[in-house]
Design a protein around this ligand. Sequence first.
Ligand code: GRG
Ligand code: ZN
Length: 313
Amino acid sequence: MGELEMEKHVRYILTIEKKKDDFVSLVIEHLRINGAYWGLTTLDLLGKIETIDQDEVVSWVMKCQDESGGFAGNIGHDPHILYTLSAVQILALLDKLDVLDIDKVSNYVAGLQNEDGSFSGDIWGEVDTRFSYIAICCLSILRRLEKINVEKAVDFVVRCKNLDGGFGSTPGGESHAGQIFCCVGALALTGSLHHIDRDLLGWWLCERQVKSGGLNGRPEKLPDVCYSWWVLSSLVMIDRVHWIDKEKLARFILDCQDKENGGISDRPDDAVDVFHTYFGVAGLSLLEYPGVKAIDPAYALPVDVVNKIIFKK
Ligand code: GRG
Ligand code: ZN
């Protein structure tokens, strides 16, 4: 099996699209705040976070904050809970959470909870279990979970559970590995994993592994490196990761590398992008690949970063 081309992936992230030589301006133009989170987390997992200008990143992130307390994807755009989590994750990664007005940000997130316990993504009101996970993860990092009704939030997630053991985006929605990650993550972060039938869900998740070793996101679909994050992190959280062939999955991820120019794609021989580079490296991290830092499956942040947050007085 080929090796993980760590240096090439680092270089790829630092020079994405090679249009500018400065990471931050690339992020601003092409990736926005979500992309910055994926890129920076990958760099940290590969032990190279110090190669970027951290003060520049922090000052750019803070310019994305809106009056409401929420963050936008870029300067001057509208705030959304999706971007707010990325902003908080980036600041946690750089150990700079103290630049935030924690109550202002957490009030924005808490203000998006609905009467039934669900969360909207922004003022326009779309409801999705993605937003439940994001709110819970964000408030856990900020240590302000008490600002929401956790019991009702858990209740809503549990209402999105299906007979196959999986979860959908809303009650009755089809099970999909991405939504399963969100629901399992939300339940893990609130100490509510007892709502899950681990064997039933574990069986559904391990059936996502196809012949090539890769994982798909739903029955009959093609494998994709991103499910090495969505499926694998869920299996780790419910303690059923030994139900898949880890060796074969690692080989599939390594086969999706661009061995010349760095980066990882969704499937072998496709074009690489920063998202799948993160999913591949994060997947290998969960598989305990040598030389890659450990990632926390619920917070989606390196374990050492999470420990700093949890053990802070
Ligand atoms: C901090 C890790 C982290 C996440 C933030 C945004 C978010 C919370 C979670 C997204 C979860 C999700 C729904 C992921 C799925 C993304 C995806 C690959 C969707 C593709 O679905 P289809 O139907 O593709 O287009 P398939 O693979 O089913 O053919
Ligand atoms: Zn994908």
